[in-house]
Design a protein around this ligand. Structure first.
Ligand SMILES: C[S@@+](CC[C@H](N)C(=O)[O-])C[C@H]1O[C@@H](n2cnc3c(N)ncnc32)[C@H](O)[C@@H]1O
Length: 303
């Protein structure tokens, strides 16, 4: 009798955990977004803790690569994605080693780390972000070794990353006019609302030198992407707000997609920047090999 009971419990547990695993795989992203912002960092830290301990014990991880549990900016390969970003900055935005560069939403250094070996002693880098954890890691690991790399923590509101903060739609970048040769915002405007993006584009125009370039990634809605997106099961934007669509109605900044006409005709047009190039990403279902990246890349210029 006892044996049957134990078997029953084992079987129930197995079914329970396999259902839980299925549910988590199906809707992991939504489950993650349903946590309060501050818990999401803890959940990630705990999930990757065993692997991070192993890396630490084996000395496998370079000090210029954050532990996976701290990389709150995405699950991809930190080093490879950083190298790809540098490649795009050089090949698309014409970045040169002596340039002064601005990294908008610098995260936990994915873009900054590869730049430390690309920029020369005349070049320099400024980054800012709304998440203190990332900025402090970059200051401790990057600025300490490369003083020409500076990072600032700016507590602005963003419901994916924080519970409070000032309005990014009225934020003035903490830099003088016309001082950067190049700027980039990698996977940042995909987490910001229209008025915030409009303000940031105007600020980019202000701080770039004449002739300066900005590489930015977006999810851009046009006939092609909307047509393909309908077939996607996991990654699409069900909440239509007219000029833009949301992935999650409760956590608005989780993922934001912009109508191409609105992005070009209003947000970019009103900023003074010019749209120079557009490379569609594979997010709506394009063949991966035919694209430069998951998100759409645009190149903007201050003429
Ligand atoms: C997906 S992560 C990308 C980070 C980094 N650009 C990278 O490629 O690793 C999005 C980043 O945007 C930052 N962010 C969100 N709202 C912001 C804002 N208003 N100003 C600056 N950064 C912001 C987040 O804190 C986060 O670090």
């Amino acid at each position: 009798m006892m044996k049957v009971t134990i078997n029953f419990h084992k079987g129930s547990l197995l079914i329970f955990f396999s259902n839980l695993w299925y549910f988590c795989r199906m809707d992991l992203r939504k489950t993650f977004y349903s946590l309060p912002a501050s818990w999401r960092y803890l959940a990630r830290r705990l999930y990757f803790l065993p692997g991070d301990w192993l890396d630490l014990a084996s000395g496998k991880r370079s000090p210029m690569e954050p532990p996976r549990g701290l990389v709150y900016t995405g699950n991809g390969d930190f080093v490879k994605e950083g190298a790809d970003l540098l490649d795009h900055l050089v090949k698309i935005a014409g970045l040169q080693p002596q340039h002064r560069v601005l990294d908008i939403g610098s995260g936990i250094g994915r873009g900054a780390v590869p730049l430390t070996t690309y920029l020369d002693e005349q070049g320099s880098y400024e980054g800012f972000d709304v998440v203190e954890l990332g900025v402090r890691w970059c200051q401790a690991q990057i600025s300490r070794r490369f003083p020409r790399f500076q990072f600032q923590y700016i507590p602005l509101a963003n419901d994916l990353y924080r519970e409070d903060g000032a309005d990014a739609a009225n934020f003035r970048f903490p830099y003088e006019d016309g001082q950067f040769d190049a700027a980039f915002a990698n996977s940042v405007f995909t987490h910001m609302l229209p008025e915030e993006v409009g303000n940031y584009l105007r600020e980019i125009h202000r701080v770039l030198k004449p002739g300066g370039k900005c590489l930015a990634t977006f999810f851009i809605l046009n006939e092609a992407s909307k047509g393909m997106m309908q077939d996607l099961k996991g990654f699409y934007f069900p909440y239509d707000h007219g000029h833009y669509r949301l992935f999650d109605e409760k956590v608005k900044s989780a993922n934001v997609a912009f109508e191409e006409d609105y992005l070009r005709g209003t947000l970019i047009e009103n900023s003074g920047l010019k749209l120079l190039e557009f490379y569609p990403g594979f997010w709506p279902g394009l063949e991966k090999a035919s694209c430069k990246s998951f998100q759409d890349i645009i190149l903007l210029g201050k003429i």
